[in-house]
Design a protein around this ligand. Sequence first.
Ligand code: FES
Ligand code: FES
Length: 162
Amino acid sequence: MAQYKLVKCTINGKEVEKMVDVRASLTDMLRNDYRLTSVKKGCEVGECGACNVLIDGECFNSCIYLAVWAEGKNIRTLEGLMSPDGELSDIQQAFIDEAAVQCGFCTPGVIMSAVEILESGRDYTDDELRKLLSGHLCRCTGYENILRAVRKTLDKRLGKIQ
Ligand code: FES
Ligand code: FES
């Protein structure tokens, strides 16, 4: 018989609470209970990065993270990146400008990893960026464009380019 537990957390800046099945993944909680469908179900075994979200500022595969572990945590998904008036964040815009989006299935997860990289406030070489993004599978083979979008946004934030 399913057991349920109250999970209180912050999602995209809003304090929320819901009873969740103790067996549910964070992916399922975010998609089914909060309709945050940017969180994609790819492999569901922690291999592809499509489900990545930020938990207290750190990127995790939400498919292998239990929903009940979200208690007291600050969760961020792609939906939280846009400004209240609907303006895209710099990294989202860069993905469009660099044609780093093809089918788009992997994109929200990759962008959340990019947000973790960008918010670290430090610079990285291209090789380091490749390694940091290597947990993501993109079946449309958009890796070079993805790297360019992250590179460009990082350089802009660090004031290296306009
Ligand atoms: S769906 Fe979570 S890592 Fe693939
Ligand atoms: S854009 Fe299609 S899987 Fe990455």
